[in-house]
Design a protein around this ligand. Structure first.
Ligand code: FES
Length: 138
């Protein structure tokens, strides 16, 4: 599933102009570092083009996305440990959804709505609790 949510405000974001990396710290302790090539954005069709979710899914990094990347759940919650200042501003709708997520912090974002501009490398933690909650729901 992909596309946009017609009920939320449009978010503004800038696409990167140069190659940068996103490092994903996964719940199992594994780390995956991905080089993001601006010319390949969007990598897929889930989440905003060039979002942390778009990059993750297209590179085999497991990041839940129950609503299909349209800011209508909170399962794509990530904690941006480094480079948050290079990401687009979150909308009220995004932060409303994040209120539903466990273990949020001031660096929390929805992976599907968070688009880095590529001026710095990004480090993202995928909270373990996301995975557990989704498992319980199945
Ligand atoms: S995938 Fe549902 S809010 Fe991001």
């Amino acid at each position: 599933m992909g596309g946009t949510n017609p009920y939320i405000a449009n978010t503004e974001y800038k696409h990167p102009q140069k190659t940068y990396t996103i490092t994903y710290m996964k719940p199992d302790g594994g780390v995956t570092k991905i080089e993001v090539d601006p010319s390949k954005i969007p990598y897929g069709n889930t989440g905003l083009p060039g979002s942390i979710l778009d990059i993750a899914i297209s590179h085999g990094v497991e990041l839940e996305h129950v609503c299909g990347g349209v800011c209508a759940c909170s399962t794509c919650h990530v904690i941006v440990k480094q480079g948050l200042e290079t990401c687009n501003e979150g909308t009220d709708d995004e932060f409303d959804q994040l209120d539903e997520a466990p273990m949020t912090s001031l660096q929390s974002r929805l992976g599907c709505q968070c688009v880095p501009d590529g001026t710095k490398d990004i480090v993202v933690e995928i909270p373990a609790v996301n995975k557990n909650l989704v498992r319980e729901g199945h």
